[in-house]
Design a protein around this ligand. Structure first.
Ligand SMILES: Cc1ncc(COP(=O)(O)O)c(C=O)c1O
Length: 361
């Protein structure tokens, strides 16, 4: 079976010596390896800075707090995402306000976002779903005009670009997930980046109980509560090894994605995500849209390819029931979508086979 998602591990001969060094080196927790990983990550993806965390969820929690999210605030967000996007908003004591999505992309519809602004809106969280950048021009404008923060949840979209800028550089804050099945992994981990580097000190404290590193534990003072969201040297060593081949790996996702755009886009009865001119996706998953999504799953299963919907729109969960509102765009997109694999493990032959099977129906 060709899986929908797959763990990408660097070659054993590259990773194991480095891993062994750190495991037996006596410095397992946050240290030099983490700081080197942060520096290499920000260089690789042209980010103003990168703070490594224990998860994308932790990074997003910190981003919301840096944006000033307090109990009673509202955060405009999408339901078409993995659950952590919205559970962290509630962890801040704020209310997720679900805006509708564009049924042709699955990404936030700026018009819907604008219609939901209130005096309590603190931030907009935008997800670049499945690796497709959302309309950052419109969302940036809305955030600026209303004095609120734009937070990019780029968990799916490492290496994507928007208007020729790296994803994660247009929002005030952005996060990446380095969880097992993403473009790259540190087993679990995340990255937080931000436009205003003066907030980095606060961010570092928030990821470590509220304490500054480098000050003797007997002298350090906690002024506000932080969390245990730091990354370990062990994860960082895996991340450093991953970065050595991340360019070609993401390029292969993109090459497969563009192949499918052309080939699947030409099959009658099937649609592909609309790709706006500014949008350069990194195709974490490939999304096929059709009125018979179950037939696509069946057709793929027949040729040994795993295909499915991956996430449940978050407002279907009981915990988000009080925030439910009619969202035709989400309903349509979710009903029509099927994800098929398009990552580095999909060969030229695999992708031809997938397209031929879809053509036959
Ligand atoms: C859209 C989205 N946001 C946030 C997260 C949270 O990332 P992590 O699993 O690294 O905590 C995920 C993870 O799966 C995700 O898919």
């Amino acid at each position: 079976m060709i899986p929908l998602v797959k763990v990408a591990m660097p070659p054993r001969e590259l990773l194991m010596p480095a891993l062994e060094d750190v495991l037996y080196g006596g410095m397992l927790a946050e240290g030099e390896h983490v700081y080197r990983f942060e520096s290499e990550f920000s260089k690789t993806f042209h980010l103003p800075l990168a703070l490594a965390t224990s998860s994308g969820t932790g990074a997003l929690h910190i981003a919301l707090l840096l944006a000033g999210t307090c109990p009673g605030d509202e955060v405009i967000t999408t339901s078409m995402t993995a659950e952590p996007t919205n559970t962290v908003i509630m962890q801040c004591g704020a209310t997720p306000v679900f805006a509708d999505v564009d049924p042709e992309t699955g990404n936030l519809d700026p018009g819907s976002v604008e219609s939901l602004l209130s005096t309590r809106t603190r931030a907009i969280v935008v997800v670049h779903y499945a690796g497709f950048p959302a309309d950052l021009t419109a969302l940036r404008r809305i955030a600026d005009q209303n004095g609120i923060s734009l937070i990019e949840d780029a968990a799916h979209s490492l290496g994507a670009r928007y208007a020729d800028q790296g994803i994660g550089t247009i929002g005030d804050y952005a996060i990446f997930s380095l969880q097992a099945i993403k473009h790259m992994t540190t087993v679990d981990g995340g990255i937080l980046t931000m436009r205003d580097a003066s907030k980095a000190t606060q961010a570092r404290k928030l990821r470590w109980f509220g304490m500054a590193k480098g000050i003797p534990r007997t002298e350090v003072d906690i002024e506000y509560i932080g969390f245990k969201y730091n990354m370990s040297n062990v994860s960082a060593v895996i991340g450093l090894a991953q970065l050595e081949s991340i360019g070609p790996l993401i390029s292969r996702h993109i090459d497969n994605g563009r192949f499918f755009d052309k080939a699947i886009g030409a099959i009658p009865g099937l649609d592909i995500n609309r790709i706006d001119p500014e949008c350069q996706p990194s195709y974490w998953l490939y999304t096929v849209l059709s009125d018979n999504s179950q037939d696509i799953e069946r057709c793929m299963a027949e040729i040994g390819v795993s295909a499915s919907k991956l996430h449940r729109p978050n407002h279907y969960h009981t915990v988000f029931a009080p925030m439910r509102r009619p969202m035709q765009g989400v309903d349509t997109y979710y009903r029509r979508l099927t994800h098929i694999p398009c990552g580095w493990w999909v060969t030229d032959e695999d992708r031809e086979r997938i397209v031929n099977a879809l053509r036959k129906g």
